[in-house]
Design a protein around this ligand. Structure first.
Ligand SMILES: *Cc1c(COP(=O)(O)O)cnc(C)c1O
Length: 400
Protein backbone atom coordinates (compact mmCIF):
# COMPACT_ATOMS: atom_id res chain seq x y z
CA UNK A 1 0.00 0.00 0.00
CA UNK A 2 1.11 3.55 -0.76
CA UNK A 3 0.58 6.68 1.36
CA UNK A 4 -2.59 7.56 -0.54
CA UNK A 5 -4.01 4.07 0.08
CA UNK A 6 -3.50 4.38 3.86
CA UNK A 7 -5.13 7.80 3.76
CA UNK A 8 -8.09 6.42 1.81
CA UNK A 9 -8.43 3.43 4.15
CA UNK A 10 -8.42 5.69 7.17
CA UNK A 11 -10.92 8.05 5.54
CA UNK A 12 -13.21 5.07 4.97
CA UNK A 13 -13.00 3.32 8.35
CA UNK A 14 -11.86 5.89 10.91
CA UNK A 15 -14.14 8.46 12.49
CA UNK A 16 -13.08 11.83 11.19
CA UNK A 17 -12.12 13.37 14.54
CA UNK A 18 -8.56 14.36 13.57
CA UNK A 19 -6.98 16.25 10.70
CA UNK A 20 -3.50 14.68 10.50
CA UNK A 21 -0.66 15.80 8.29
CA UNK A 22 -0.55 13.46 5.26
CA UNK A 23 2.34 11.32 6.52
CA UNK A 24 2.07 7.61 7.34
CA UNK A 25 4.69 6.61 9.88
CA UNK A 26 6.04 3.08 9.93
CA UNK A 27 9.08 3.28 12.21
CA UNK A 28 10.49 5.37 15.00
CA UNK A 29 13.87 5.51 16.71
CA UNK A 30 14.85 8.24 19.17
CA UNK A 31 13.98 11.64 17.73
CA UNK A 32 13.42 10.24 14.23
CA UNK A 33 10.52 8.60 12.42
CA UNK A 34 10.31 7.09 8.94
CA UNK A 35 7.24 7.03 6.74
CA UNK A 36 6.18 3.97 4.76
CA UNK A 37 8.15 5.19 1.76
CA UNK A 38 11.34 5.46 3.81
CA UNK A 39 11.48 9.24 4.16
CA UNK A 40 13.00 10.35 7.46
CA UNK A 41 11.59 13.09 9.70
CA UNK A 42 12.54 14.70 12.98
CA UNK A 43 9.53 14.40 15.29
CA UNK A 44 8.87 17.85 16.75
CA UNK A 45 5.56 16.95 18.34
CA UNK A 46 6.61 13.89 20.37
CA UNK A 47 2.97 12.75 20.46
CA UNK A 48 2.05 15.91 22.39
CA UNK A 49 4.98 15.29 24.76
CA UNK A 50 4.19 11.62 25.43
CA UNK A 51 7.52 10.74 23.79
CA UNK A 52 9.90 12.79 25.95
CA UNK A 53 12.16 9.71 26.16
CA UNK A 54 12.14 9.32 22.36
CA UNK A 55 10.67 6.65 20.11
CA UNK A 56 11.27 3.02 21.09
CA UNK A 57 13.67 3.79 23.92
CA UNK A 58 15.64 0.52 24.16
CA UNK A 59 15.46 0.20 27.96
CA UNK A 60 11.74 0.94 28.06
CA UNK A 61 11.06 -1.52 25.23
CA UNK A 62 13.10 -4.17 27.02
CA UNK A 63 11.06 -3.77 30.21
CA UNK A 64 7.85 -3.83 28.13
CA UNK A 65 8.84 -7.13 26.51
CA UNK A 66 10.05 -8.74 29.73
CA UNK A 67 6.99 -7.75 31.72
CA UNK A 68 4.66 -8.71 28.85
CA UNK A 69 5.99 -12.25 29.12
CA UNK A 70 5.47 -12.36 32.87
CA UNK A 71 2.12 -10.75 33.77
CA UNK A 72 0.20 -7.96 32.06
CA UNK A 73 -3.03 -7.48 33.95
CA UNK A 74 -4.35 -8.48 37.32
CA UNK A 75 -7.05 -5.84 37.85
CA UNK A 76 -7.03 -4.17 41.23
CA UNK A 77 -9.09 -7.03 42.64
CA UNK A 78 -5.69 -8.62 43.26
CA UNK A 79 -2.35 -7.01 43.95
CA UNK A 80 0.63 -7.19 41.63
CA UNK A 81 4.36 -6.99 42.24
CA UNK A 82 4.98 -3.96 39.95
CA UNK A 83 2.57 -1.23 41.01
CA UNK A 84 4.12 -0.50 44.40
CA UNK A 85 7.61 0.23 43.06
CA UNK A 86 6.14 2.45 40.37
CA UNK A 87 4.02 4.50 42.76
CA UNK A 88 6.82 4.79 45.32
CA UNK A 89 9.18 6.14 42.67
CA UNK A 90 6.48 8.48 41.36
CA UNK A 91 5.65 9.87 44.81
CA UNK A 92 9.34 10.36 45.59
CA UNK A 93 9.92 12.25 42.35
CA UNK A 94 6.84 14.42 42.92
CA UNK A 95 7.57 14.87 46.64
CA UNK A 96 4.01 13.78 47.29
CA UNK A 97 2.54 11.13 49.59
CA UNK A 98 0.12 9.07 47.51
CA UNK A 99 -0.82 8.36 43.93
CA UNK A 100 -3.83 6.95 42.12
CA UNK A 101 -2.88 5.29 38.82
CA UNK A 102 -5.12 5.53 35.76
CA UNK A 103 -4.47 5.16 32.02
CA UNK A 104 -5.22 8.27 29.99
CA UNK A 105 -4.73 11.89 30.96
CA UNK A 106 -8.45 12.61 30.90
CA UNK A 107 -9.06 9.83 33.43
CA UNK A 108 -6.45 11.28 35.78
CA UNK A 109 -8.10 14.71 35.45
CA UNK A 110 -11.49 13.13 36.23
CA UNK A 111 -9.87 11.47 39.22
CA UNK A 112 -8.63 14.85 40.43
CA UNK A 113 -12.07 16.44 39.98
CA UNK A 114 -13.65 13.62 42.00
CA UNK A 115 -10.98 13.77 44.70
CA UNK A 116 -11.34 17.56 44.99
CA UNK A 117 -15.11 17.37 45.32
CA UNK A 118 -14.96 14.58 47.91
CA UNK A 119 -12.25 16.47 49.83
CA UNK A 120 -14.52 19.51 49.75
CA UNK A 121 -17.41 17.62 51.31
CA UNK A 122 -15.46 15.44 53.74
CA UNK A 123 -12.62 17.69 54.84
CA UNK A 124 -13.55 21.30 54.06
CA UNK A 125 -17.21 20.85 55.01
CA UNK A 126 -18.90 22.15 51.85
CA UNK A 127 -22.66 21.39 51.76
CA UNK A 128 -23.69 18.41 49.59
CA UNK A 129 -23.55 19.03 45.83
CA UNK A 130 -22.41 22.63 46.17
CA UNK A 131 -18.70 22.19 45.35
CA UNK A 132 -17.20 24.58 42.81
CA UNK A 133 -13.99 24.12 40.86
CA UNK A 134 -12.33 27.10 39.20
CA UNK A 135 -10.64 26.63 35.80
CA UNK A 136 -9.09 28.95 33.22
CA UNK A 137 -10.26 30.24 29.88
CA UNK A 138 -8.68 28.34 26.96
CA UNK A 139 -7.71 25.43 29.21
CA UNK A 140 -7.13 21.95 27.87
CA UNK A 141 -7.69 19.08 30.29
CA UNK A 142 -9.08 16.37 28.00
CA UNK A 143 -12.25 15.26 26.27
CA UNK A 144 -14.73 13.63 28.65
CA UNK A 145 -18.15 15.22 29.13
CA UNK A 146 -17.22 16.66 32.53
CA UNK A 147 -13.89 17.98 31.29
CA UNK A 148 -15.39 19.67 28.25
CA UNK A 149 -17.97 21.11 30.65
CA UNK A 150 -15.03 23.08 32.04
CA UNK A 151 -13.76 24.05 28.57
CA UNK A 152 -14.28 27.39 26.84
CA UNK A 153 -13.48 26.00 23.39
CA UNK A 154 -16.74 26.07 21.47
CA UNK A 155 -15.83 23.16 19.20
CA UNK A 156 -14.97 20.88 22.12
CA UNK A 157 -18.48 21.44 23.51
CA UNK A 158 -20.63 21.85 20.41
CA UNK A 159 -23.25 19.13 20.33
CA UNK A 160 -22.13 17.43 23.56
CA UNK A 161 -24.42 19.00 26.17
CA UNK A 162 -25.93 18.81 28.71
CA UNK A 163 -22.83 19.64 30.71
CA UNK A 164 -21.61 18.90 34.20
CA UNK A 165 -22.24 21.86 36.51
CA UNK A 166 -19.87 23.16 39.17
CA UNK A 167 -17.18 24.92 37.11
CA UNK A 168 -16.31 28.58 37.15
CA UNK A 169 -14.04 30.12 34.50
CA UNK A 170 -11.46 32.88 35.01
CA UNK A 171 -8.65 34.28 32.84
CA UNK A 172 -5.35 32.41 32.78
CA UNK A 173 -2.45 34.27 34.35
CA UNK A 174 -4.56 36.56 36.52
CA UNK A 175 -4.19 35.78 40.23
CA UNK A 176 -6.51 38.62 41.33
CA UNK A 177 -9.35 37.04 39.37
CA UNK A 178 -8.74 33.78 41.19
CA UNK A 179 -8.98 35.48 44.57
CA UNK A 180 -12.19 37.25 43.49
CA UNK A 181 -13.79 34.06 42.14
CA UNK A 182 -13.33 32.00 45.32
CA UNK A 183 -16.43 31.40 47.45
CA UNK A 184 -16.91 29.24 50.56
CA UNK A 185 -17.94 26.45 48.15
CA UNK A 186 -14.74 26.54 46.12
CA UNK A 187 -12.85 23.27 46.54
CA UNK A 188 -10.14 23.55 43.90
CA UNK A 189 -8.39 25.59 41.25
CA UNK A 190 -7.38 23.40 38.29
CA UNK A 191 -4.81 24.91 35.93
CA UNK A 192 -1.98 24.12 33.51
CA UNK A 193 1.34 25.80 34.47
CA UNK A 194 1.79 26.69 30.79
CA UNK A 195 -1.26 26.42 28.54
CA UNK A 196 -0.15 23.99 25.85
CA UNK A 197 -3.08 23.49 23.49
CA UNK A 198 -3.98 27.18 23.79
CA UNK A 199 -0.68 27.97 22.03
CA UNK A 200 2.16 27.52 24.59
CA UNK A 201 1.00 30.43 26.75
CA UNK A 202 3.44 31.19 29.56
CA UNK A 203 1.81 33.05 32.49
CA UNK A 204 3.33 36.20 34.03
CA UNK A 205 6.21 35.70 36.45
CA UNK A 206 5.24 34.59 39.98
CA UNK A 207 1.72 33.62 38.85
CA UNK A 208 1.94 30.15 40.38
CA UNK A 209 3.53 31.50 43.57
CA UNK A 210 0.58 33.88 43.91
CA UNK A 211 -1.88 31.09 43.14
CA UNK A 212 -0.28 28.92 45.82
CA UNK A 213 -0.68 31.70 48.41
CA UNK A 214 -4.29 32.44 47.49
CA UNK A 215 -5.26 28.75 47.54
CA UNK A 216 -3.62 28.18 50.93
CA UNK A 217 -5.23 31.29 52.44
CA UNK A 218 -8.70 30.25 51.25
CA UNK A 219 -8.38 26.50 51.83
CA UNK A 220 -8.76 25.72 48.14
CA UNK A 221 -6.85 22.84 46.55
CA UNK A 222 -4.26 23.93 43.99
CA UNK A 223 -4.30 21.25 41.29
CA UNK A 224 -1.79 21.40 38.46
CA UNK A 225 -2.38 19.58 35.20
CA UNK A 226 1.22 18.77 34.20
CA UNK A 227 0.22 16.06 31.74
CA UNK A 228 1.99 17.90 28.94
CA UNK A 229 4.40 20.21 30.81
CA UNK A 230 5.64 17.66 33.35
CA UNK A 231 8.46 15.12 33.36
CA UNK A 232 11.15 17.41 31.99
CA UNK A 233 9.39 19.07 29.07
CA UNK A 234 9.87 22.68 30.20
CA UNK A 235 13.41 22.34 31.55
CA UNK A 236 12.49 21.27 35.08
CA UNK A 237 11.02 17.98 36.20
CA UNK A 238 7.75 19.89 36.71
CA UNK A 239 6.94 23.30 35.26
CA UNK A 240 5.86 24.72 38.63
CA UNK A 241 9.49 24.36 39.80
CA UNK A 242 10.40 27.39 37.69
CA UNK A 243 8.75 29.43 40.45
CA UNK A 244 9.42 29.67 44.20
CA UNK A 245 6.95 28.19 46.71
CA UNK A 246 4.55 27.04 44.01
CA UNK A 247 4.14 23.37 44.90
CA UNK A 248 0.56 22.29 44.25
CA UNK A 249 -1.65 20.08 46.44
CA UNK A 250 -2.05 17.66 43.56
CA UNK A 251 -0.27 16.95 40.30
CA UNK A 252 -1.91 15.30 37.32
CA UNK A 253 0.49 13.37 35.10
CA UNK A 254 0.17 11.27 31.96
CA UNK A 255 1.68 11.25 28.48
CA UNK A 256 5.46 10.74 29.02
CA UNK A 257 4.68 8.79 32.20
CA UNK A 258 4.03 5.87 29.84
CA UNK A 259 7.41 6.32 28.11
CA UNK A 260 5.71 6.71 24.75
CA UNK A 261 4.71 3.07 24.63
CA UNK A 262 1.77 2.49 26.92
CA UNK A 263 -0.94 4.74 28.38
CA UNK A 264 -0.20 5.46 32.05
CA UNK A 265 -1.51 8.43 34.02
CA UNK A 266 -1.84 9.31 37.67
CA UNK A 267 -3.06 11.81 40.18
CA UNK A 268 -0.36 12.40 42.79
CA UNK A 269 -1.18 14.28 45.98
CA UNK A 270 -1.06 14.53 49.75
CA UNK A 271 -2.60 11.95 52.04
CA UNK A 272 -5.18 14.56 53.07
CA UNK A 273 -6.47 14.72 49.50
CA UNK A 274 -6.10 11.20 48.09
CA UNK A 275 -6.96 9.74 51.48
CA UNK A 276 -10.62 10.59 50.84
CA UNK A 277 -11.07 7.55 48.62
CA UNK A 278 -12.20 4.29 50.17
CA UNK A 279 -12.62 0.95 48.39
CA UNK A 280 -15.29 1.18 45.71
CA UNK A 281 -15.30 4.99 45.38
CA UNK A 282 -13.30 5.04 42.15
CA UNK A 283 -11.38 2.66 39.95
CA UNK A 284 -10.09 1.49 36.60
CA UNK A 285 -9.71 -2.04 35.24
CA UNK A 286 -6.34 -1.33 33.65
CA UNK A 287 -5.13 1.37 36.08
CA UNK A 288 -2.00 0.24 37.95
CA UNK A 289 -1.62 -2.90 35.88
CA UNK A 290 1.79 -4.61 36.05
CA UNK A 291 2.72 -3.95 32.41
CA UNK A 292 1.97 -0.23 32.63
CA UNK A 293 3.58 0.01 36.06
CA UNK A 294 6.82 -1.62 34.93
CA UNK A 295 6.96 0.61 31.84
CA UNK A 296 6.19 3.79 33.80
CA UNK A 297 8.76 2.97 36.46
CA UNK A 298 11.40 2.66 33.73
CA UNK A 299 10.09 5.76 31.94
CA UNK A 300 10.74 7.74 35.14
CA UNK A 301 14.19 6.17 35.58
CA UNK A 302 15.15 7.22 32.04
CA UNK A 303 14.07 10.83 32.66
CA UNK A 304 16.31 11.04 35.71
CA UNK A 305 19.24 8.96 34.49
CA UNK A 306 19.51 10.70 31.13
CA UNK A 307 18.99 14.13 32.73
CA UNK A 308 16.22 14.97 30.29
CA UNK A 309 14.96 17.98 32.24
CA UNK A 310 18.48 19.46 32.25
CA UNK A 311 18.88 18.79 28.54
CA UNK A 312 15.51 20.41 27.88
CA UNK A 313 16.57 23.49 29.85
CA UNK A 314 19.92 23.85 28.11
CA UNK A 315 18.88 23.05 24.55
CA UNK A 316 15.57 24.86 24.94
CA UNK A 317 17.42 28.08 25.67
CA UNK A 318 19.77 27.48 22.77
CA UNK A 319 16.91 26.62 20.39
CA UNK A 320 14.91 29.69 21.38
CA UNK A 321 17.91 31.95 20.84
CA UNK A 322 18.53 30.53 17.35
CA UNK A 323 14.85 30.82 16.45
CA UNK A 324 14.69 34.44 17.60
CA UNK A 325 17.67 35.22 15.37
CA UNK A 326 15.69 34.24 12.26
CA UNK A 327 14.56 37.32 10.37
CA UNK A 328 11.07 36.37 9.29
CA UNK A 329 8.24 38.56 8.02
CA UNK A 330 5.73 35.97 9.29
CA UNK A 331 6.53 35.60 12.99
CA UNK A 332 4.47 37.44 15.59
CA UNK A 333 6.05 35.91 18.70
CA UNK A 334 8.27 33.05 19.83
CA UNK A 335 7.63 31.87 23.37
CA UNK A 336 7.97 28.88 25.66
CA UNK A 337 10.13 27.21 28.25
CA UNK A 338 12.67 24.45 27.77
CA UNK A 339 11.88 22.36 24.71
CA UNK A 340 8.25 23.50 24.76
CA UNK A 341 8.23 26.28 22.20
CA UNK A 342 5.54 28.00 20.18
CA UNK A 343 6.07 30.11 17.08
CA UNK A 344 3.03 32.31 16.55
CA UNK A 345 2.45 33.24 12.92
CA UNK A 346 0.96 36.65 12.08
CA UNK A 347 -2.62 36.37 10.89
CA UNK A 348 -1.61 38.48 7.88
CA UNK A 349 0.67 35.56 6.85
CA UNK A 350 -2.24 33.09 6.98
CA UNK A 351 -2.66 30.12 9.34
CA UNK A 352 0.19 28.00 10.74
CA UNK A 353 -0.89 24.84 8.93
CA UNK A 354 0.79 25.55 5.54
CA UNK A 355 4.03 26.31 7.42
CA UNK A 356 3.77 22.88 9.06
CA UNK A 357 3.17 21.32 5.64
CA UNK A 358 6.32 22.95 4.26
CA UNK A 359 8.29 21.80 7.30
CA UNK A 360 7.05 18.28 6.62
CA UNK A 361 8.43 18.43 3.08
CA UNK A 362 11.80 19.36 4.62
CA UNK A 363 11.67 16.43 7.06
CA UNK A 364 10.33 18.15 10.18
CA UNK A 365 7.07 16.98 11.74
CA UNK A 366 5.39 19.76 13.68
CA UNK A 367 1.73 20.43 14.25
CA UNK A 368 -0.11 23.68 14.56
CA UNK A 369 -1.96 24.32 17.79
CA UNK A 370 -5.03 26.45 17.39
CA UNK A 371 -4.80 28.28 14.10
CA UNK A 372 -1.67 30.40 14.41
CA UNK A 373 0.96 28.62 16.48
CA UNK A 374 3.55 26.04 15.41
CA UNK A 375 4.43 23.88 18.40
CA UNK A 376 8.04 22.69 18.65
CA UNK A 377 8.44 19.95 21.24
CA UNK A 378 10.98 17.34 20.11
CA UNK A 379 11.88 14.34 22.29
CA UNK A 380 14.05 15.52 25.19
CA UNK A 381 16.91 13.21 24.18
CA UNK A 382 17.66 15.53 21.26
CA UNK A 383 21.25 16.78 20.78
CA UNK A 384 22.65 20.17 19.86
CA UNK A 385 23.60 19.14 16.32
CA UNK A 386 19.99 18.10 15.68
CA UNK A 387 18.74 21.46 16.95
CA UNK A 388 21.14 23.12 14.50
CA UNK A 389 19.69 21.07 11.66
CA UNK A 390 16.15 21.89 12.79
CA UNK A 391 16.91 25.60 12.87
CA UNK A 392 18.15 25.44 9.27
CA UNK A 393 14.89 23.86 8.13
CA UNK A 394 12.70 26.23 10.12
CA UNK A 395 14.71 29.17 8.82
CA UNK A 396 14.09 28.11 5.26
CA UNK A 397 10.33 27.97 5.85
CA UNK A 398 10.05 31.16 7.89
CA UNK A 399 12.24 33.30 5.68
CA UNK A 400 10.43 32.36 2.48
C1 LIG B 1 -3.12 15.59 26.59
C2 LIG B 1 -3.60 16.35 27.75
C3 LIG B 1 -4.69 15.89 28.52
C4 LIG B 1 -5.50 14.67 28.16
O1 LIG B 1 -4.74 13.51 28.08
P1 LIG B 1 -5.31 12.24 27.26
O2 LIG B 1 -4.31 11.17 27.53
O3 LIG B 1 -5.36 12.65 25.82
O4 LIG B 1 -6.66 11.95 27.82
C5 LIG B 1 -5.05 16.63 29.63
N1 LIG B 1 -4.39 17.76 29.97
C6 LIG B 1 -3.35 18.23 29.25
C7 LIG B 1 -2.65 19.47 29.68
C8 LIG B 1 -2.94 17.55 28.11
O5 LIG B 1 -1.93 18.04 27.37
Amino acid sequence: MKTKDFIAQSAKYSANNYNPLPVVIANGDGIWVWDIEGKKYLDCLSAYSALNQGHCHPEIIQVLIEQAGRATLTSRAFMNDQMGDFLQKLCEMCEMEMALPMNTGAEAVETALKAARKWGYQVKGVAANQAEIIVCRDNFHGRTISIVSASTEEQYRDGFGPFTPGFKVIDFGNAQQLEAAITPNTVAFLVEPIQGEAGILVPPESYLTEVRKICSKNRVLFILDEIQTGLGRTGKLFAYQHEKNAKPDALILGKALGGGVYPVSAMVASREVLGVFKPGDHGSTFGGNPLGSAVARKALDVILKEKLAENSQELGQYFMKQLRAIASPHVKEIRGRGLFIGIEIKTSSGPARPFCERLMDLGVLAKETHAQTIRLAPPLIIKKKDIDWLVEQIKEVLEA
